[in-house]
Every structure is written in structure tokens, then in C-alpha cells.
Design a protein around this ligand. Sequence first.
Ligand code: SF4
Length: 442
Amino acid sequence: MALTGMQIYKSLPKTNCKKCGFPTCMAFAMQVAAKQKALADCPEISDDAQSALSDASAPPMKLVKIGASGKEFVFGQETVMFRHEEKFHNPTGVAGKISASLSDEEAAAKIEQINKAVFQRVGEELKVSLCAVGVDCSDPAARAKMAAEKSNVPLILMGSVDSLKAAVEAVKDQKPLIYQADASSIDALAELAAATKAPLAVTAGSLEELADLTKKAKDKGVEEMVLSFNTEKPGDTLRTLTIARRAALKKSCRELGFPAIVDINGATPEVEGALANTFAAKYAGILLVNSVEPCQLLPLLTTIQNIYTDPQKPNTVETKLYEVGQPDENSPVFFTTNFSLTYFSVEGEVERSKIPAYICVVDTEGLGVLNAYAGDKISAEKVVKTLQEQGVADKVKHRKLIIPGYLPIFRAEIEETSEWKEVIIGPELASKIPAFLAENWK
Ligand code: SF4
């Protein structure tokens, strides 16, 4: 639970010495409560008070980092059960599994496939976040080193205690996730995690047992942990994950205050896809998947992207004149809204048409064409004003403007009130733009 300013103030020296840059201890306490300042900015606070306050004010779910500095995968530190309450913060990572039974060549080929699994969607890069490498092979250290060399993303190392000891030691500078400790291996793997400063995945048959194991690991010095589950009984896992998250966020159960990893195992790629999408929504921080084929990955990454957008803020693009390709004075001019999905649909289809063009983006507060019109966020007058502000007329020598097919009503007013005397009604759907341009823009 977050501490209030008054709770923080009670532990401060109350001398108003101003060394923190604030005129009073109370003013400083309010800044700490608002997470604008850290307790360490008060040079006068006692070690005991700092330690007590730090524990109490720590986030209910730990932030965990996997990987060497500069290419870390960061997850956890979620604060709400439902995204409409606030937002989910650190998107779920997809980890491609590389079986220990693969030969070195096969493993290297799959790592390369993971490296190449990068997609662009609505202006963002979507990709596989981690490589989960099985190390129960003849030379665990060599397999881990090869994976660290070839992978563009951080590693999860999976195997028995002896294999993990050799593999983690070989690549400890890469800070891999150690996967995974249970009741029989918690002592050995917690010692390994503490010694190498690597995060540790922990699994158990029940939440009570899991809480005992994370406490045991913490007592041995492990700070970063991940709660580990599988999909043998998906309904039970979904329920358990929900209870664990509620216990951490609502009941301040520190032993369960860690993000989760879910090993997805479906009988078919379709079932694996359905399970992965389900657990992306509730509440996996990492999904371990077998398939890294684009047809499996893109729907999953799209789901994750949508879940981790801020529901209170529409996705928008900057309101400006965009150039697709290298347009010149004879190129077509479109206008569209600043809702990112609309903009990137139009941009993608203009690109597909292979006819360079200008796209004038009008500020509709993140609404698509029809919603913007229904909500009075776009008008012919606003379009004309935006065209002027963006200097579109200086870019082309013609005065033809292609408008969205859903707004034919704007045509007469734009032609009457601006220099754009030839308004062309474009298609209703962005997907029709290539055919429309081929036919209408000679
Ligand atoms: S430095 Fe510490 S003791 Fe001094 S005013 Fe700031 S909060 Fe108070």
C-alpha cells in the first residue's frame, strides 16, 4: 500500500533543515508520497526509519529485470486488478522455448527465428522478448554461452539444478532468469540466484507453499522472483493467478508480490494460441510458448499491445502532414483523423498502393472518422483550417483533396470555403485505397 504524506512525515527528523531542497519536512513528505522524491533525498533520515519506510512504501508487486543492462526485459510492478481502474504498466513478454534436445545448429536456427520475429503495428515495434533455453544437455555451459552470443533478447535458462549451476555461472553477466525452483531445489537454486544476482522462478503445488518458498528464497538473499505456473489445468491456473494477484495488491501479501510466468502447453498450435492469449489478459508477466511462427505470434503480440494500452488515453498520432514515400507536387493529398489505428491503416494502404502521397492528420482527440463526426470533433471548417496550418497547398500544384468515404457531406463546404476546389470522395475502407488510387490518380 502507498504511504500517505503524514505517515512518511512521522518518520522524518522534523527539523525543517531544508537540506532536501524543501522548506519543511512536511513538504518533502508530500513529495515522497507523490513519488516525486525518494526518501534517500533526506540526508538526515535515520537508517532505521529509512528501512521501515522503504519496506512499507515498496510497490505491492516487485519490478523484475531479466538480462544485462541495456537489453533488459522489465516486468511486474502492476498496481491494479483491472485495466479500467488505471492501466497495466509493463507489457507481458513472450518467450520462445528452445528445447534442450535440439542440436546446436537447430537451437541456433530457432534463436535466429526469435531474433527475426519483429513486427510493426500502429507505430510500435512488437517482438519476442525472451529466449527460454533448455540446458539439460551434454554441455549446459556451452549451450548457455551459445544462446547468449546469438540471442538479441535476454535469456531464461531451464533445467535441473546441476545443469542450471553450470549454465548460469557461464552467463551470469547476462542476468538470466533461473527456471525453476520447487520445494526440492529451493535451497540450491536460491543460493545460486543470490550468488549470481539472477532472478529466480519459483513453483509449488499451492499458493501457501509458494509463499513459503519465496520467503525462504528471500531469506537467502534473493530479491527478484517470479511466480511460476503451467497450463495443465488452465481453469485452476487462471483462478490461482487471480488469487495471487489479489493477495499481493489488495492484501499486501509480500510473499506473493511478484510477477508471474506461465508455461503454455497446448495440444495444437491453435490451443496454444488460445491459452497464451487468455493468460496474457490474466495475469502472466511472461508467456513461455513453443511456436514462434509469425502466424502464431502476431495475434498474441496484438492482444498484449491492446491490453497494455492506457484505456483512459486514446492512441493518437501527432497532428501534422505526413509524407508516405517521396511525394512531389503532383502527389495525391488525403486527410484523416489522429486516431492511430485509423492513421496507420490509411498509411499502410497508401504505401501498398506504391503511389507516394501526403496525409494531412486532423486532431480529432483520438477518435476515428465516424466517431469524430458523431462527437462533433471534426468539421469541414476544421479540415480547411488544418490544411492551412500544415501548409499543404505549398506542397502540391494541384488542388485535389481526397476525403474519407464516410464524410461525403464535407465536399461542398470544403470546395466553397477553401482553395481545394476538387474534393474527391475516397473509399470508406482504407483497404480499398490501392484500387481507388490506381483508378482515380493517373
Ligand atoms: S532534509 Fe530531511 S530533515 Fe531536513 S527538511 Fe528535508 S526532510 Fe526535513
